[in-house]
Design a protein around this ligand. Structure first.
Ligand code: HEC
Ligand code: HEC
Length: 422
């Protein structure tokens, strides 16, 4: 008690004003739901999600450019730790140029869905996509398995966690070169090679491919931002304590606009400042983008993905959280042109913004929501969004609030390629 009083006196002595005093009780109740973040949720579909050895192997693979058609592209090419685990570009560039903007991997452990269209329902299923995408890594699942098999270090790291690799030395069963299913291009050499393999051997490679994704996901789960000044502010507000030194008055004003007249919390609520769902916010065409149906396509893709949580490679196909996500999932015209609401805790770290890198700065994003004057290629702007009457000062405060959200990056050893996979 005495110590607290002394500290409080010191703070007053330093001239700190209490930003918590700027909120009324209703506002405090509202911000209490935005912090602290709960622990990273379990992923029962990935039995190695919390295995440190798998995370180390996954970290090594995340930075390994040998897993690409030209030997230059790794996950880190587009998810660069120095650029907020994104790439700073409107459209990501791997072996070719992608059609969407690379989101950050930071804090993705809380994601309900992965990709802008939510076509993956777990981090490990997500990680399989870029590897076989001809414009990202341009590799194939058989080449991934061969890479794990032929590199002595990778092989021992993999086998210590997942057990023996299939006998890839037997090239009559496991051909050299690319092999992956590609039903849209049945005559492509990689599809012909894949189809020629025995079904049991194809399954064995799919298991290795899924395990590869699970190791990467175990690493990504650790890429979590530390608590930020915003969390310190909310903790003080909820405890009825002095919040001096947490948020500035300008940032608190932005917070009040965010939860109040700007209506941002219609979609950006909860500890990650997202509802985890999909909305059409009305973004119009850009000359670097092709028209994009977003979630409309994502629903069918996730339901038919053999690597989804209910599939044969999931470690918990009957888990309640899997069931809850997939069982009732259906498509509706509301999904046309809808994209995933991103976390705003990471936004300030990874410009540009939106699924197509539409805007370079948070100030432009705020101007977009205020004016709301674009017409989307597909679907229509959701009715909850309306033009906002915000002064220039209020807009600047909103930006200041968004900039105060990120906490510190994860520890340094998670931000670089480790020397070995174990
Ligand atoms: C060529 C650049 C590129 C490479 C290489 C790449 N990504 Fe991505 N990543 C993207 C883009 C673009 C998206 C969004 C694509 C979409 O939504 O359709 C994305 C999405 C993601 C997401 C989803 C995040 C979210 O919130 O939905 C994660 C996680 C991710 N990538 C991890 C990885 C991993 C792991 C690898 C390596 C196996 C990888 N990426 C390789 C560009 C890349
Ligand atoms: C109707 C739901 C909805 C409301 C309301 C809403 N947003 Fe969003 N927000 C989204 C969706 C969906 C996206 C992604 C859209 C896309 O890329 O097509 C997004 C993206 C963003 C991004 C970009 C993040 C990134 O990493 O690219 C920022 C910043 C943002 N919103 C801030 C705000 C602010 C500030 C407000 C209030 C003025 C607001 N949003 C209101 C749904 C909403």
């Amino acid at each position: 008690m005495l110590r607290d009083a002394v500290i409080a006196a010191l703070l007053v002595g330093c001239g700190g004003t209490d930003p918590v005093a700027l909120l009324d009780d209703a506002e405090i109740a509202q911000v209490a739901s935005m912090s602290p973040r709960p622990p990273v949720p379990d992923d029962p579909t990935n039995r190695v999600a919390d295995d440190p050895a798998a995370a180390r192997l996954g970290q090594f693979l995340f930075f390994d450019p040998r897993l690409s058609a030209n030997g230059d592209v790794s996950c880190a090419s587009c998810h660069d730790p120095g650029l907020g685990f994104a790439d700073g570009k409107a459209l990501a560039e791997g072996v070719g140029t992608t059609g969407r903007h690379a989101p950050t991997v930071l804090d993705s452990a809380w994601n309900r869905w992965f990709f802008w269209d939510g076509r993956a329902d777990s981090a490990w299923a997500q990680a399989l996509g870029p590897v076989e995408n001809p414009i990202e890594h341009g590799s194939s699942r058989l080449e991934v398995a061969r890479h794990l098999h032929d590199d002595g270090d990778l092989r021992s790291a993999y086998e210590a966690i997942f057990g023996d690799l299939p006998p890839l030395d037997d090239t009559s069963r496991f051909p050299e070169g690319a092999a992956r299913p590609d039903p849209a291009n049945p005559d492509a050499a990689h599809n012909v090679a894949w189809s020629a393999m025995a079904e049991a051997d194809r399954t064995a490679i799919d298991v290795v491919f899924a395990n590869f994704g699970k190791a990467i996901a175990a690493y990504e789960r650790r890429l979590v931002l530390g608590d930020s000044r915003f969390d310190a502010f909310v903790a003080a507000a909820v405890a009825g304590e002095d919040g001096a030194g947490t948020l500035t008055d300008e940032e608190v004003a932005g917070l009040r606009t965010f939860i109040g007249p700007a209506g941002c919390t219609d979609c950006h609520f909860g500890p990650s400042l997202t509802n985890g769902e999909f909305h059409n916010i009305g973004l119009g065409p850009r000359d670097w983008l092709t028209p994009d149906q977003g979630r409309w396509e994502g629903v069918d893709l996730v339901l038919t993905d053999p690597f989804n949580g209910q599939g044969a490679f999931s470690d918990a196909p009957d888990a309640p959280e899997v069931d809850e996500r997939l069982r009732w999932l259906g498509n509706s015209s509301n999904n046309l042109g809808a994209f995933k609401t991103p976390s705003l805790r990471t936004a300030a770290l990874s410009p540009p913004y939106f699924h197509g890198g539409h805007f370079d700065t948070l100030a432009e994003v705020v101007d977009y929501y205020v004016a709301l004057e674009e017409q989307p290629d597909y679907g229509h702007t959701e009715g909850t969004l309306t033009r906002l009457a915000l002064t220039d000062e209020a807009k600047a405060e909103l930006v200041a609030f968004l900039e105060a959200l990120p906490g510190d990056l994860p520890s340094d050893e998670l931000l670089e390629a480790p020397p070995d996979p174990f």
